[in-house]
Design a protein around this ligand. Structure first.
Ligand code: NDP
Length: 317
């Protein structure tokens, strides 16, 4: 298999990966960045980003990522298409296989592979993507001021999203497939006490309808085997049934929590493998924001530079 060596390899092209690339490039680490399955990351699937500092008028998710990409390129990042398909982090230099056909040997690795929001798998979720279907209330909730929305899920994320949306929308339906919420007691209490939130227990969303965007959801209620189907008019449909961190290939070497989020040292992107850093959503079950991802990407690049410096490997870059 073809082999190549580098000092700093970044995997992922969301805000964490590109910010790491900007800092690593400016530190003269000549980083190589592989974009992964979804070039530009999750923000390319959203519409306008209005909460990234520096854009008072907002910016489209795609445009923001193009800007970050251009900035990373400006400082010498070698950006490539390709997906990391295997990893060997048992010893330095670490080996990452790209597209099952090429091995990159690297002294430092920044894992910025993100997390993927889970969807129900309904064809209508694709059909109305960006037209009323979202998996991020903080990103898109603002567009539903004084409108009616539904959130699917019964965990802490769903409750958090429902509460956030309840401050904007006129009504929030929480669609829960079981007869109870899985969320923590305090979140359950907040949701129950919120007048804007109506919980639909024992309900599943089975489809969406609408002419030029979501106008309603087809629901299936199932109470003790008795089924009832009906339609509920809504303007926005939010998924909050969990995220899957894209950490699978690293799990044999790197500590993760039970969901798969990479565990790093507190307030640091350092993983349990020296020289391997994790930034952005792959290591963040709590905030999952573009700006926090960018911040952790910055930290990861600074850590990589310090690590290489301590090993005396910077001079030959
Ligand atoms: P969870 O896995 O905890 O909950 C997922 C929810 O989605 C469950 O109610 C589940 O239903 C439901 N669900 C899953 N698949 C489907 C489906 N196909 N159809 C309908 N419903 C479905 O994920 P979260 O993202 O909520 O939380 C992940 C972790 O992050 C948790 O540990 C949580 O505590 C933590 N977290 C903490 C927060 C905080 O402390 N503020 C905020 C957000 C998350 P069911 O119960 O039936 O399986």
């Amino acid at each position: 298999m073809e082999k190549e060596t580098t000092k700093c390899l970044i995997i992922g092209s969301g805000p964490a990966g590109y910010t790491a690339a900007i800092y690593a490039g400016r530190a003269n680490l000549c980083p190589v960045l592989y974009e992964g399955l979804q070039p530009g990351g999750q923000l390319t699937t959203t519409t306008d980003v209005e909460n990234f500092p520096g854009y008072p008028e907002g910016i489209s998710g795609t445009a923001l990522m193009e800007d970050l990409r251009a900035q990373a390129t400006r400082f010498g990042t070698d950006i490539r298409y390709g997906i990391a398909t295997a990893a060997d982090l048992s010893k330095r230099p670490y080996q990452i296989t790209i597209d099952d056909e090429k091995v990159i040997e690297t002294e430092t690795l920044i894992i910025a592979t993100g997390a993927t929001a889970k969807y129900l798998g309904l064809p209508d979720e694709q059909k109305y993507a960006g037209m009323g279907v979202s998996a991020c209330a903080t990103c898109d909730g603002f567009f539903y001021r004084k409108k009616v929305v539904a959130v699917v899920g019964g965990g802490d994320t769903a409750c958090e999203e429902a509460l956030y949306l309840a401050g904007l929308a006129s009504k929030v339906y929480l669609i829960v497939r079981k007869s109870y919420l899985r969320a923590s007691k305090i979140m359950q209490q907040r949701v129950m006490e919120n007048e804007n939130i109506v919980i639909l227990f024992n309900h599943n969303a089975v489809g969406l309808y609408g002419e030029n965007g979501v106008e309603g959801v087809h629901l299936l209620e199932n109470v003790a085997g008795v089924e009832k189907r009906y339609d509920l008019p809504i303007d926005g449909f939010f998924l909050a049934i969990g995220h899957k961190p894209n950490s699978d290939i690293f799990k044999p070497y790197i500590e993760t929590d039970e969901v798969g989020y990479i565990i790093t040292e507190p307030d640091s992107p350092r993983t349990c493998v020296p020289g391997v850093f994790a930034a952005g959503d792959v290591a963040d079950p709590h905030y999952r924001q573009a700006i926090t991802a960018a911040g952790s990407g910055c930290k990861a690049a600074i850590e990589a530079e310090r690590y290489l410096s301590e090993l005396g490997l910077l001079k030959s870059v």
